[in-house]
Design a protein. Sequence first.
Length: 202
Amino acid sequence: MKLRAYLISRFSSFIHGSCALLRVEMGRDEIVLAAALRGLLQQVDAVPGHVAELGVGSGTNSLVLSTLITDVFCWDNTQYVGFDTFHGYPSDVLSRNPGFGMGAFQGDEFSLNFVQSRIDASGLTSACVLVKGDLRETVPALLEDPPKNLLSSPDGLMFRLLYIDCNDMESAVTGLTTFAAILSPGALIAIDERRLGGETAA
């Protein structure tokens, strides 16, 4: 999808629910991104389940989505669940995708400790669940062994939004295949592929 265009079209509606986001430090690009994410969540406001993201990076989306869930939409029994290696792409993914760059997403600002510290400092610990590891392994494991701090519901494990930003086609296919069984009726799948990656092909 053309995320930039989507952000601009949704920005005005975001303003009315943006006050709670002041606890998250954001520049202009992050504010525009937050507008788009709010637009996505608005579309699944009446759909039950959690929100998942494949590819966390430095945790900006984690902060924004968790804040929207908690402070703007005020959804009960809903959490953000973010999947990432937190130390860059696996070697075989890099070999298939030379355009990613050898050192991509390997700095301290992409580590699990750093992202978790941002979440904790924003008071969003209970709203956010981070899962570390190769997405091709950790995402399928969600069905059999969900994280202990992931809230359960009477209807079982369900998700209202799957946000794919992992760049790798194989990881995206794994995510789509796994989540097909646990997406609520009316759930939304969003693909963030602005510059590189194979999520759209998946």
